[in-house]
Design a protein around this ligand. Structure first.
Ligand SMILES: [Zn+2]
Length: 182
């Protein structure tokens, strides 16, 4: 079972604010929700709703089926949120995030970065040598960046993401509780 919070994050990334609202309605209404009902509930034009639904469909987050409206003679699409696909997508994104973080960690640990006091720009040693350790923005001297804090943060996020799902969920709850108590 995927948490609503994660589904919201995912829908936001794919369909923006409206995407999350549409998904919320699909979750509340259950399978085969009429696109007109979604439009009506959100008070948004049907073509805008459809555009968002297609975005979600392209990401396999929703499925549709069409039915002919007997009175009006046109087709109406009914939409269903696909929890299995959503779960797969969330896992895939998590894997991607882990892979990116590992690359960043590798870079942070192996490359020295340089910046000025105002931190206008962050540059590699090669680039810093090219400009004789002078910041190209403010022309002040550049020094090596202490990235130990950044490395620590990346490591923390990595160990969090690499934990089994249930444990990660529990940790989120724990953190939320601690924050609420603080
Ligand atoms: Zn500068």
């Amino acid at each position: 079972m995927v948490s609503r919070e994660k589904i919201n994050q995912l829908a936001m990334q794919i369909g923006g604010e409206l995407g999350t609202q549409v998904v919320e309605i699909l979750l509340d209404q259950g399978d085969n929700t009429s696109e007109f009902l979604i439009a009506e509930k959100l008070e948004v034009k049907i073509n805008v709703i459809r555009k968002t639904l297609y975005m979600l469909q392209d990401a396999n987050l929703v499925n549709s089926m069409r039915k002919k409206d007997k009175k009006k003679g046109w087709y109406i699409y009914y939409w269903t949120f696909d929890e299995i696909q959503a779960n797969a997508l969330i896992n895939k994104m998590r894997e991607m995030r882990i892979s990116n973080l590992k690359k960043r960690l590798n870079a942070e640990q192996n490359i020295s970065y340089y910046t000025c006091k105002k931190q206008c720009i962050r540059t590699t040693l090669e680039r810093a040598l090219e400009s004789d350790f002078t910041c190209l923005e403010c022309e002040k001297v550049m020094h090596e960046v202490d990235n130990s804090k950044k490395v620590k943060l990346i490591k923390e996020e990595l160990s969090f993401l690499e934990q089994p799902e249930e444990l990660a969920e529990a940790l989120i709850e724990e953190t939320n509780t601690a924050e609420a108590e603080a």
